[in-house]
Design a protein around this ligand. Structure first.
Ligand code: ADP
Length: 448
């Protein structure tokens, strides 16, 4: 089918990102927005705009009925969900398809399977991906939890089957904490995700977070686009991402990437996906699969030269993948800094009016952002206001360019995480790439 008008069911930088890919393909865009986002850049740039409700996301960006109505009145023939919001809502994907609108995303059944982490782990195991040792499925009773924990050894991590965004996890150091943490995890999961199901995993001591970008055409063809290292995290939230990982050899990338690509072929997976692993002592352990575009996808674009959103749109319109695995080439190094409207060291949110804005520029520097001078960062949504992505021929040049680009970025009126990134780049462990998922929080403690 031909896609001629895409409704972008998202906001902020990712709405802009999708708009750009669409326009470069000659496709019109429809922005949807809450009343709080009437002046947002994605609304200004889109060909058409439809207001879908008041500021709270539940009434607007998560309001399925309003979004479908917006698609109908605007005669959109496709919907791109971006990340977050409804992007991993299998029901929404089904409703979109039932309205004869192309869903720019994976098959609903795959979204559903991977959205339930217990199911996801079972599926991943069956597809031959290495797993973190732990419970075979959901853990229902404390006795069961005790048995499993004793078998795999403490510490263990109790995770919500429906968890996401780094929420719904409890690390348990010893048996005497197990009962109360199980209960807490269950009730928190119920409150946050409406599902009390939990499972248990070995808590790895000092791993890195390494994820593989995959793509499938839905007909059994699949490729991988290498990995991203997202180990610099705070509260399980990524802060800076890079590709390739500083610790992976070409052989390891090819081997693990091929395992991931084969899994996608076997599934008949369609569209973009990310398979997330923890990596420790040279071993990979699957933790989850995200059935959508990721925030950090630009670092992959920088080192492969492939436009991932364009690829998603192509696949949704029934075309083949634009390249074979043999044609995918990795070149150079890329790093992304997530810039949030928050205090750089206390992380307190800092919404409000941006009085002045100047984006970094120059060779191999990319800024994905909906910011402009006079824009008010609303308090209702995610605090990320920009992504700075920089490419270099090697990691060292990339870091030098990133330092230079950060010096150029000016955002006045709200506090941002730019000073945090500037300080991070001066740390020896960051310079050498020797950091694990625990590094950032430990470093922040030493700064206090
Ligand atoms: P979410 O969907 O909430 O992002 P993930 O399963 O992807 O949850 O885990 C997020 C982060 O939590 C990981 O990047 C890692 O930092 C930490 N984590 C998850 N599982 C484990 C584990 N078994 N051992 C140690 N850390 C873990």
């Amino acid at each position: 089918m031909t896609i001629s008008r895409i409704l972008i069911a998202n906001r902020g930088e990712i709405a802009l990102r999708i708009h750009r890919a669409a326009h470069e393909m000659g496709i019109e865009t429809v922005a949807v927005h809450s009343t709080a986002d009437a002046d947002a850049m994605h609304v200004r740039l889109a060909d058409h705009a439809v207001c879908i409700g008041p500021p709270p996301a539940t009434d607007s960006y998560l309001n399925i009925a309003n979004i479908i109505s917006a698609a109908e009145v605007s005669h959109s023939d496709a919907i791109h969900p971006g990340y977050g919001f409804l992007s991993e809502n299998a029901k929404f994907a089904e409703i979109v398809e039932a309205h004869d609108i192309a869903w720019i995303g994976p098959k609903p059944e795959h979204i559903r399977t991977m959205g339930d982490k217990v199911e996801a782990k079972k599926t991943a195991g069956a597809l031959g991906l290495p797993l973190v040792p732990g419970s075979e499925g959901a853990v229902e009773t404390v006795e069961e939890a005790r048995e499993i924990a004793a078998e795999i050894g403490y510490p263990v991590i109790i995770k919500a089957a429906s968890g996401g965004g780094g929420r719904g996890m409890k690390v348990c150091e010893s048996e005497d904490q197990l009962e109360s943490l199980m209960k807490q995890a269950g009730s928190e999961a119920k409150a946050a995700f409406g599902d009390a199901t939990v499972y248990i995993e070995k808590y790895l001591g000092d791993p890195r977070h390494i994820e593989f970008q995959v793509f499938g055409d839905g007909n059994g063809n699949g490729i991988h686009l290498g990995e991203r290292d997202c180990s610099l995290q705070r509260r399980h939230q990524k802060v800076l991402e890079e590709a390739p990982s500083p610790v992976l050899s070409t052989e390891e990338r090819d081997r693990m990437g091929e395992i991931c690509a084969q899994a996608m072929r076997d599934m008949g997976y369609r569209g973009a996906g990310t398979i997330e692993f923890l990596w420790e002592n040279g071993e990979f352990y699957f933790i989850e699969m995200n059935t959508r575009l990721q925030v950090e996808h630009p670092v992959t674009e920088m080192i492969t030269g492939i436009d991932l959103v364009r690829e998603q749109i192509r696949i949704a319109s029934g075309k083949d993948l634009s390249c074979t695995q043999d044609q995918v080439q990795f070149k150079g190094h890329a790093i992304e800094c997530r810039i949030n409207a928050e205090d750089p060291f206390t992380f307190a949110p800092s919404p409000g009016k941006v009085s002045y804005y100047h984006a970094a520029g120059g060779m191999h520097v990319r800024v994905d952002s909906g910011l402009y001078a006079g824009y008010s960062v609303p308090p209702y949504y995610d605090s990320m206001i920009a992504k700075l992505i920089v490419y270099g021929r090697d990691r060292e040049r990339c870091m030098m360019r990133l330092k230079r680009a950060l010096e150029e970025m000016v955002v006045e009126g709200v506090k941002t995480s730019i000073p945090l990134h500037q300080e991070l780049l001066q740390q020896d462990d960051v310079k050498s790439g020797q950091y694990s998922i625990k590094w950032l929080e430990e470093w922040l403690k030493t700064r206090e």
